[in-house]
Design a protein around this ligand. Structure first.
Ligand code: GDP
Length: 427
C-alpha cells in the first residue's frame, strides 16, 4: 500500500511531524521531488531535527529511506545529514539512493547565487540551493545521473562537454571564475565514493516490496501553491510538489497511491515572494508569527521570517483538489487560541466580482480577500486528546474548514510534539 503526505498550501504546513508519525507504521519512506531547499522539523526522543534531504523515516530502524529518482541529490549534503543525525545518537539509518536520481552539482549552487545577484531586486527569493539550475539542466539533458558516476569513459567526456558550455555563461554573462574540468571530475569521483554504498534500482526495490505487502510512504516537500504547473508561477519551485508526481519521482504505478494525506495549516504562512491574498501585516502579523509553529514562524532552511496570513479557503480547497486529497491533517490549530475572532478568507474579489475558485497568477495579483469572521475559543488546546473535548468554537472552526475543503479532516494537530495529534473518526 502506498500513502502520500503532501502540502496544500505554500509549504511549512507541518508535514514533517505527520510523516514522522506515520513513518513509524511504514516499511519504506520515499522522497520523490525537490532537494535540500526546504526543511522538515521533527521533534522526537532523540531531540529536535531540521531535515532537508533525508526522508523523515531515518529515525526508525525498521524503515528503509529512499531518495527517489525525482530528487535533486546533493551528495555531500546527504552525507552531512547522515553524519549529523548519527553524531546525535540516532542509529545509522537504512538509506537507498536511486541510480536514476540526478546529481546536484557544485556549479548549480553557484549559478543559483549568480542569477539571483544578476536579477537584483527582481530575484525569485531562491534558497540558493541550486534547485532551479539543477532541474533546468535535467530537462535540457545535460544533467548527471547517479548511474553515470560508475561509467568513467562517459563521465570524462561529459564533464568536458558540460564545463565548456557552462564556462561560456560564467565568462560572458556572470563574469565569475570558470569550471576546471579536471577538478570537477575529481569532485565527481569523491561523490561516487560517498554515494556508492546506497545506490540501487529503487523503483524495482519498491515494486518488489509492494508485492510482499509492504507499506510505502511518499514524502512531499513544499505544497500545491509552489508547484510549477499549478502554483503561483513563476514564484514556484522547480519540481512538482503534487502527489501525482510521487508516482514518477519514486518510480511506481500511479494506481498504487491509495491514500493522499494532505496537510493544511489552520492559518497561512509563506516564505519568499509571490501572491498571497490573505496576507496580514504589522502588529497583527508579528503576533501570529511570534506565536506560530514551534517557537515562531521562521524558515527551517533560511531562518527568514515567514509571511503570515489568515486561513485561505479558496487557496486551500484548490490545494487539496490538486493533490487529490483523500484526507486532511489540519495543523497548528493550538496557535490560534489567543484570538477573540478569527477571520477566514472565503472568496477573492477580482475586478468587482467574487470568486471561490483559485485563479491564474495574473488574476491573483488583483484579488482582494473576502473574509468571514468566526468566533475564537480563547483556550489552550494543547494536551487535549479527544475531538469531543475541544472547545465548541474550536470544533466549529475545524468543521467550517472541512466544509470549505470538501475533504474529511481526519487529524487535528494541536502541538509540535509527535503525540500531539487528535484522530477523528470519519463520519
Ligand atoms: P513542513 O515543511 O511542512 O514539515 O513544516 P515545518 O516543519 O517547516 O514547519 C512546521 C513547524 O510547525 C515546525 O516548527 C513544527 O514543529 C511546528 N508544528 C507542526 N505541527 C504543529 C502544531 O500542531 N502546533 C504547533 N504549535 N506547531 C506545530
Amino acid at each position: 500500500m502506498v500513502r502520500a503526505i503532501v502540502g496544500a498550501n505554500w509549504g511549512d504546513e507541518g508535514k514533517g511531524k505527520i510523516t514522522d508519525m506515520l513513518g513509524e507504521q511504514s516499511d519504506i519512506i520515499v522522497r520523490f521531488q525537490g532537494g535540500s531547499n526546504a526543511g522538515h522539523t521533527i521533534i522526537n526522543d532523540y531531540g529536535k531535527f531540521a531535515l532537508h534531504l533525508l526522508p523523515s523515516g531515518v529515525f526508525y530502524q525498521h524503515t528503509t529511506c529512499i531518495i527517489g529518482n525525482g530528487v535533486a541529490l546533493n551528495i555531500p549534503y546527504l552525507q552531512k545529514e547522515i553524519d549529523d543525525i548519527v553524531s546525535k545518537g540516532v542509529p545509522k539509518p537504512h538509506i537507498l539512493v536511486s541510480d536514476r536520481a540526478q546529481i546536484l552539482m557544485p556549479y548549480h549552487i553557484d549559478f543559483d547565487a549568480y542569477e539571483e545577484e544578476r536579477l537584483g531586486g527582481k530575484a525569485f527569493g531562491s534558497t540558493k540551493s541550486g534547485i532551479a539550475p539543477f532541474y533546468s539542466d535535467k530537462y535540457a539533458k545535460i544533467g548527471f545521473q547517479v548511474s553515470e558516476l560508475f561509467d568513467e569513459d562517459t563521465l570524462v567526456e561529459k564533464v568536458a562537454r558540460v564545463a565548456e558550455q557552462k564556462n561560456i555563461l560564467l565568462e560572458h554573462m556572470y563574469h565569475k571564475p570558470l569550471i576546471d574540468p579536471k577538478e570537477l571530475l575529481e569532485t565527481l569521483h569523491e561523490y561516487r565514493d560517498m554515494v556508492a554504498p546506497y545506490v540501487c534500482d529503487t523503483s524495482l526495490y519498491i515494486s518488489n516490496a509492494l508485492k510482499e505487502g509492504k507499506t510505502v510512504l511518499l514524502e512531499g516537500q513544499l505544497g500545491t501553491l509552489k508547484d510549477p504547473d499549478f502554483g503561483i508561477y513563476p514564484m514556484v519551485t522547480s519540481s512538482s510538489t503534487l502527489a501525482a508526481y510521487g508516482a514518477i519521482g519514486a518510480g511506481i504505478a500511479p494506481y498504487e497511491i491509495k491514500d493522499i494525506i494532505t496537510v493544511v495549516k489552520a492559518y497561512s504562512s509563506a516564505v519568499g515572494a509571490g501572491e498571497f491574498v490573505s496576507e496580514i501585516f504589522g502588529e497583527e502579523a508579528d503576533e501570529l508569527r511570534r506565536r506560530g509553529g514551534d517557537g515562531g514562524e521562521f524558515g527551517a532552511t533560511t531562518g527568514r521570517p515567514r509571511r503570515m496570513g489568515w486561513f485561505d479557503a479558496v487557496a486551500s480547497r484548490y490545494g487539496v483538489r490538486m493533490q487529490g486529497a483523500t484526507e486532511v491533517a489540519l495543523t497548528v490549530l493550538d496557535v490560534l487560541g489567543y484570538l477573540d475572532e478569527i477571520p477566514v478568507c472565503v472568496g477573492y474579489e477580482i475586478d468587482g466580482e467574487v470568486t471561490k475558485d483559485f485563479p491564474v497568477t495574473a488574476k491573483l495579483k488583483k484579488a482582494k480577500p473576502v473574509y468571514e469572521v468566526l468566533p475564537g475559543w480563547k483556550e489552550e488546546i494543547r494536551g487535549i486528546t479527544k475531538y469531543e473535548d475541544l472547545p465548541e468554537n474550536c470544533r466549529k472552526y475545524i468543521e467550517f474548514i472541512e466544509k470549505e475543503l470538501g475533504v474529511p479532516v481526519t487529524m487535528v494537530s494541536n502541538g509540535p510534539g509527535r503525540h500531539e495529534i487528535i484522530h477523528r473518526a470519519q463520519a
